[in-house]
Design a protein around this ligand. Structure first.
Ligand SMILES: [Fe+2]
Length: 244
């Protein structure tokens, strides 16, 4: 027996009439999609970070990254989460009439392009704050093995990380590439510039000025030195273990 949501023969014929002479599968498929869209769609929302989520990162306050910096940074992190949720709600109501699409400007283009920026900013900051608040110093465990394989030594990796941070406009990402089982220090110029596909982000350093200006003004290299003293390598190893 057919389910209540199934297309009836009458629905199929009606769709064929709407599409005119083009009694085509796309026409039928569109009719099926429109039928399903009558069901309310549940929008999955991301967690909006709170003061609680800053707790671990606040351990940095006596090692070079201040509480004032983190508290101001939290509002930006929350902004990425809120806008991710805002766009998800709008996408759930998106008018998918192809005539409404346009590559110069369209509602769909605006939502989709900015969704990558919002969700990227959210995820980048999730990793940034999760991997701060540790003892810093040289890496330990499995991540050290991978760093040594890719860069020869922790010191060489750290030098590459630092100059990448000075040369980037937004982020440095340590990506674990599942295809090659190898790590690489990627530069990210914006929230939506990512490591390559099939990489897992296991460590992220924010080098936008909001991450350090209160503490170091424009002296980014000093901020990076402080950041090294606060990395939580246990958290990085936990991310790596999940990625494998
Ligand atoms: Fe940031």
């Amino acid at each position: 027996m057919a389910e209540a949501n199934d297309l009836s023969r009458r629905d199929v014929l009606a769709a064929a009439m709407v599409t005119g002479a083009a009694f085509s599968m796309p026409g039928l498929a569109m009719a099926a999609i429109k039928k399903e869209q009558k069901q309310p769609m549940e929008v999955k929302l991301v967690h909006v970070p709170t003061e609680e989520d800053l707790k671990k990162a606040l351990r940095t306050t006596d090692k070079g990254i201040s509480e004032a910096t983190h508290r101001a940074h939290l509002t930006l992190w929350q902004g990425y989460a809120n806008q991710t949720n805002n766009i998800r709600k709008q996408l759930a109501e998106l008018d998918t009439d192809p005539a409404k699409g346009n590559q110069i400007y369209s509602v769909t283009r605006s939502l989709k392009v900015n969704y990558a920026f919002a969700l990227g900013g959210y995820k980048n900051h999730n990793v940034y704050f999760d991997t701060l608040g540790g003892a810093g110093g040289p890496a330990v465990g499995d991540i050290l093995t991978l760093i040594n394989e890719a860069y020869g030594s922790f010191e060489k990796w750290a030098a590459d990380w630092k100059i990448t941070g000075i040369s980037s406009r937004g982020w440095v990402f340590l990506g674990y590439d599942r295809d090659e089982q190898r790590v690489f220090n990627y530069a990210g110029d914006a929230q939506d510039s990512f490591p390559q596909w099939n990489n897992e982000l296991v460590l992220a350093m924010d080098v936008y000025e909001h991450a350090y200006y209160l503490d170091y003004q424009t002296a980014r290299a000093k901020y990076i030195d402080a950041w090294f003293n606060n990395v939580d390598w246990d958290s990085v190893n936990a991310r790596l273990a999940k990625a494998k």
